[in-house]
Design a protein around this ligand. Structure first.
Ligand SMILES: Cc1ncc(COP(=O)(O)O)c(C=O)c1O
Length: 473
């Protein structure tokens, strides 16, 4: 953490402890320079950070004042009960929503991708150009599955930096996380098998289940603690579950992160019943605090957990480079890959491997996390300013989504259509389930640069929510 972030953290704590109250003038920059021993620039950066996070407001020629606090939002409720699907069919509706996000005229609050301008990393482009100049045809053969060795070693080192042992030999490089997730699921199932997922779940899980002709049991998932473990325990007694696909941190779309105790109990349930885990962890590097929460893979004593991630959300979406730390399933996954897409693209694997070796990735990530945290605060403030009071909001200390709920019969599919007519996209809750139980909810992407257009779009969206609620009576 930088010095200005430390100072901002300290002042934030003082505001939370009511040492400084709403409307109070904070000590001037000069006074803080004197009391903290930090430079004027550092103090100014700290105050600006607090301002961007909505804790203070600057008044010209007067100083920084403690801002009105956002009213706490009511907590989102998430899903109910179980949802068994013997015939999962979801792809068509999702395709329409995703297509809408491609149109540059549309404000992409429904997008699953981070704002591309956050991921401009000139060093990586240079590395790709240099790789292309040096590229020899033999390279494509040398980097067939499991993929480029230097890249796998670099990924192993990143696991090690978080205290997790993953050997380069168990890593398979894939074309993005979607491919690693899909192959992981396929490696432990046959058509007709039962698979457990979250409710609501990332629509990629629903699509993979549909494509592999599996049967799913979606278990209610709490916006704060994740998948319901009592229900899971009951289900594994009744059904021959082959795999469990979930996200233990910064879940898409709910933004839930499982507490450590829940993760450990989940591991026990899976191991006792010999159920393979497909852990989707694409937002792992986008945590806001000092340390990330741990992935479930950290407790994989049986080598039966497949931890899937990629560089798509934090570095280079278009490069399509992902991986799975696949434990004992690594070989099977390589076979599946050879039989379908053959391998991930070689030049982009080499470029990311060189980029990681050169250093600078951590600086990029620190900057990105800071920006995402600030952008999330702006969106929360806009919701507080423009949305009906009855909105329930769930946010995470990481990633770039917010999950919003109103009470039924509010219908987010209708909100989606009305918003799209005004060139604003949202991701309606129906994308994340084969049931209609999330029709009153939607997901917003918070990563887009905050400007007047975004603010107006949020105001417009809030207005539509007011109108829909009035219709509901
Ligand atoms: C939760 C989740 N998993 C996986 C993916 C796919 O990642 P990739 O683009 O690396 O294939 C996404 C992308 O939206 C996602 O949101």
């Amino acid at each position: 953490m930088t010095r200005y972030e430390q100072l901002a953290g300290m002042i934030r704590q003082q505001i939370e402890d009511d040492i400084w109250q709403v409307g109070d003038r904070l000590p001037s920059l000069r006074e803080t320079v004197k009391s903290s021993g930090l430079s004027l620039m550092t103090v100014l950066q700290a105050y600006q950070l607090l301002e961007s996070q909505g804790w203070v407001v600057a008044r010209p020629q007067s100083g920084y004042y403690v801002a009105m606090r956002l009213k706490p939002f009511a907590a989102a409720k998430g899903g109910k009960g179980l949802n068994l699907s013997e015939n999962v069919e979801i792809s068509a509706s999702i395709f329409d929503v995703l297509q809408a996000c491609k149109d540059p005229q549309i404000i992409p609050f429904g997008s699953a991708f981070p704002d591309p301008s956050l991921l401009v990393e000139p060093k990586l482009s240079k590395t790709l150009a240099s790789v292309a100049r040096r590229f020899v045809p033999h390279s494509s053969l040398a980097n067939l599955p499991p993929g480029n060795e230097k890249l796998r070693r670099n990924i192993s080192r990143r696991y090690a930096s978080y205290g997790i042992h993953v050997s380069p030999d168990e890593i398979v490089i894939t074309a993005g996380a979607m491919e690693s997730l899909s192959f992981s699921l396929q490696s432990v199932t046959s058509p007709g098998d039962w698979v457990v997922i979250e409710s609501p779940a990332f629509y990629g899980a629903l699509q993979a289940i549909e494509r592999l002709r599996l049967k799913s049991i979606a278990i209610k998932t709490d916006p704060h603690t994740g998948i319901d473990l009592d229900s899971l325990e009951e289900i594994v007694q009744k059904y021959p579950i082959k795999a469990c696909w979930l996200m233990s941190r910064f879940q898409n779309p709910l933004c839930s992160t499982m507490p450590t105790k829940h993760k450990q109990r989940l591991v026990e349930i899976l191991n006792q019943n010999q159920i393979a885990l497909v852990e989707d962890d694409v937002y792992s590097e986008l945590y806001f605090g000092q340390e990330p929460p741990e992935p479930i893979k950290a407790w994989d004593t049986e080598n039966n957990f497949m931890h899937c991630s990629s560089f798509s959300k934090c570095l280079a979406p278009g490069y399509r480079v992902g991986w799975v730390a696949a434990g004992k399933h690594a070989k099977k996954i390589q076979q599946l890959q050879i039989m379908s897409t053959v391998s991930a693209s070689t030049p982009t694997q080499l470029a990311i491997a060189d980029y990681l070796t050169q250093g600078g990735y951590d600086n990029h990530l620190r900057r990105l996390r800071r920006q995402l945290e600030q952008l999330q605060s702006q969106m929360l403030r806009a919701i507080s300013d423009y949305f009906p009071q009855s909105v329930k909001v769930n946010s995470a200390r990481g990633g770039y989504f917010l999950w919003l709920e109103f009470e039924p019969p509010f219908n987010a599919n209708r909100l989606y259509k009305l918003a799209l007519a005004k060139n604003i996209s949202i991701a309606p809750g129906s994308m994340f389930s084969t049931s209609s139980q999330f029709d009153h909810a939607f997901r917003l992407n918070t990563s887009f640069a905050w400007n007047e257009t975004q603010a107006l779009a949020m105001k417009e969206l809030g207005g539509l929510c007011h109108a829909l609620l009035r219709e509901c009576g």
